[in-house]
Design a protein around this ligand. Structure first.
Ligand code: ADP
Ligand code: MG
Length: 574
């Protein structure tokens, strides 16, 4: 019996909540207001966890992480008009990352449509660009099937965002409880396998490779293919590289990882197996000069339309990564083969890794003040719990941090992603912390933010404190976007001029005490300028499991990354 009201009546809000619950939705993030407050209340009453956030954008980022971490979508609940518009950033980010997500938006009364109703906006149309599926139920009775379709669409095929529009008048409308039929929870996505002949061809191309490379993307992480891919890499002794969020599918410290020789590995490989990674900007489109012009790509992906983007692959394996990896393993079980560990290729890669690591270590050991990025990250890595989530965003903060901070578990790194979105960090950290609290209490979330990146969703610190989440925020503070100025130069520059004419657009206020945002809400705040202060504050933050904390780490405002042969992640840095 589904929460029947008086005389066997049930409200639209309760129908929505029950339909979500029936589809296995466990987490809802949002901001309440007209007309969705009743939906949040009804959901909470049914045991769906509700997390109230401070901006719909961050709420939507948070909800999308639930989908990535659990394989079933989280819900972002927003009010009409501006509420939904704010959530579009999160929908776009989820869709670009191929992460499942359900957005439920209240919308204005149907009877006032086109009249200039409160917060009226063409929401279903607006969401089409940002989603796989966008619809408004025509009557309350079809809400369960629309919600089932949204949930199913979000996880079947290539995962993505789905939108369901709920007119205000549906929320309180009472209908006869017997008129509502809840659709059974949709089954997990059907598993598809690659064509047998393509699998055989792929295996023979791998066997013939002189300089093979496996690339592990976040699609492999999402697919939970860690066991199979690890077995393949180990059994065939193949070098592998993770993409940013592919980190941890195989632990970063695995002997077959050639992450520290990334550019060289990409540039010289003659056969590359792509497990759930698109040949987009993150992988330099698969084109020269970053790759050999005749490199043979073996693409494994669930999305047929993805296959052949930017390159002509040697063979395409359309199917679920887990299933396809098993198919490949079958080939190598039948006729065992391994890439010779004494090959010149391995030697080249090992040498390159060594020299690259030496440069980073050298930078890290510099003890001039203010600190540089490498010094900061080496000290953080020293104390990082092995099972923690690492959330990260920023320009240099994210790029350099990724090379130093290690992931040992799959789906434990969350960052700006395919869309290069800044402002995702706090929402991601909140969702990861909530999942961690449910799954493995005691697990920590370390959120490494540039000072600019932190600003996009900074008020979510209140959310973190309200729910007392096990999050440690590190703000790597260089007083600006890419680079900033020290206090003296800043003051000098603005002496006799107005800031809007004189302040460099990259500059943020020097010497900002971001840690006070945390203390304002009862968390612990630290302002650190030296390696010793950093070590101590980190130790205290990790020991204190009763409170979230924020460590504001002052670094050299002009600090840069080490010289690169190529500019790697060249787009969308803040
Ligand atoms: P990265 O950013 O790590 O390079 P991308 O987001 O570009 O990764 O690519 C992930 C790819 O994984 C997408 O093309 C998506 O279609 C694919 N994918 C997602 N889930 C699966 C799955 N279960 N099986 C196969 N491919 C998948
Ligand atoms: Mg900065």
């Amino acid at each position: 019996e589904h929460s029947a009201g008086s005389e066997g009546q049930v409200s639209g809000a309760k129908v929505i909540a029950q339909a979500l619950k029936t589809q296995g939705v466990r987490y809802m993030f949002g901001i309440v207001g007209i007309p969705v407050t009743e939906i949040a209340l009804a959901a909470q009453e049914l045991g769906i966890r509700y997390v109230g956030m401070r901006n719909e954008q961050a709420a939507c980022y948070a909800a999308s992480v639930i989908g990535y971490l659990t394989g079933r979508p989280g819900v972002c609940l927003v009010v009409s008009g501006p509420g939904l518009i704010h959530a579009l950033g999160g929908m776009a980010n989820a869709n670009m990352n191929c992460w499942p997500l359900i957005v439920i938006g209240g919308s204005s009364e149907r009877s006032q449509e086109t009249m200039g109703a409160f917060q009226e906006f063409p929401q279903v149309e607006a969401c089409r660009l940002y989603s796989k599926f966008s619809a408004r139920p025509s009557i309350i009775e079809v809400i369960p099937s629309i919600i089932e379709k949204a949930v199913r669409s979000s996880i079947y095929g290539r995962p993505g965002a789905c939108y369901v529009d709920i007119p205000a008048d549906f929320v309180s409308l009472q209908v006869n409880v017997n008129s509502i039929k809840y659709v059974e929870c949709c089954a997990p996505p059907p598993v598809c396998m690659a064509e047998a002949s393509a699998v055989r061809l792929a295996a023979s191309i791998i066997r013939g490779a002189r300089q093979p490379l496996v690339i592990v993307g976040k699609g492999a992480a999402y697919a939970r293919a860690e066991e199979g891919i690890r077995r393949l890499v180990e059994q065939c002794r193949l070098p592998f590289l993770p993409t940013p969020m592919g980190k941890g599918v195989i632990p970063d410290n695995h002997p077959n990882s050639v992450a520290a020789a990334r550019s060289r590995a990409l540039q010289s490989a003659d056969v590359i197996v792509l497990f759930g990674a698109r040949l987009n900007w993150i992988l330099h489109f698969g084109l020269p000069p970053r790759y050999q012009p005749d490199v043979k790509f073996i693409q494994v992906d669930i999305c047929a339309e993805e296959l052949g983007n930017n390159v002509r692959p040697a063979v395409t394996l359309l199917g679920d990564i887990n299933a396809v990896t098993e198919q490949l393993l079958e080939q190598f079980d039948k006729t065992p083969w391994q890439y010779p560990p004494e090959s010149k290729w391995w030697k080249t890669l090992r040498e390159k890794m060594k020299s690259n690591e030496a440069v980073s270590k050298e930078l890290a050991s510099q003890n001039s003040l203010p600190m540089n990025y490498y010094t900061v990250f080496y000290h953080v890595q020293d104390q990082l719990p092995r099972d923690c989530f690492v959330v990260s965003e920023g320009a240099n903060t994210m790029d350099i941090g990724r090379t130093v901070l290690q992931n040992y578990l799959p789906r434990h790194r969350l960052d700006a992603g395919t869309f290069g979105t800044m402002g995702v960090g706090l929402g991601f950290a909140i969702a990861a912390a909530i999942v961690a609290k449910d799954r493995s209490p005691g697990q920590r979330v370390i959120c490494v933010e540039g000072d600019s990146a932190f600003g996009f969703s900074g008020m979510e610190v209140e959310t973190i404190c309200r729910y007392n989440l096990p999050i440690i925020l590190l703000v790597v503070n260089n007083n600006g976007i890419y680079q900033g100025l020290d206090t003296d130069t800043w003051k000098e520059m603005l002496k006799s001029r107005d800031a809007t004419t004189a302040a460099p657009p990259m500059c943020l206020l020097p010497h900002s005490h971001y840690e006070q945002v945390m203390t304002a809400f009862g968390g612990k705040g630290y302002f650190v300028q030296t390696p010793e202060e950093l070590q101590k504050s980190l130790r205290q933050s990790l020991e204190d499991t009763t409170k979230p904390s924020l460590i504001n780490i002052m670094i050299e405002p002009q600090a840069m990354r080490k010289a690169q042969d190529f500019h790697w992640l060249t787009s969308s840095k803040m």
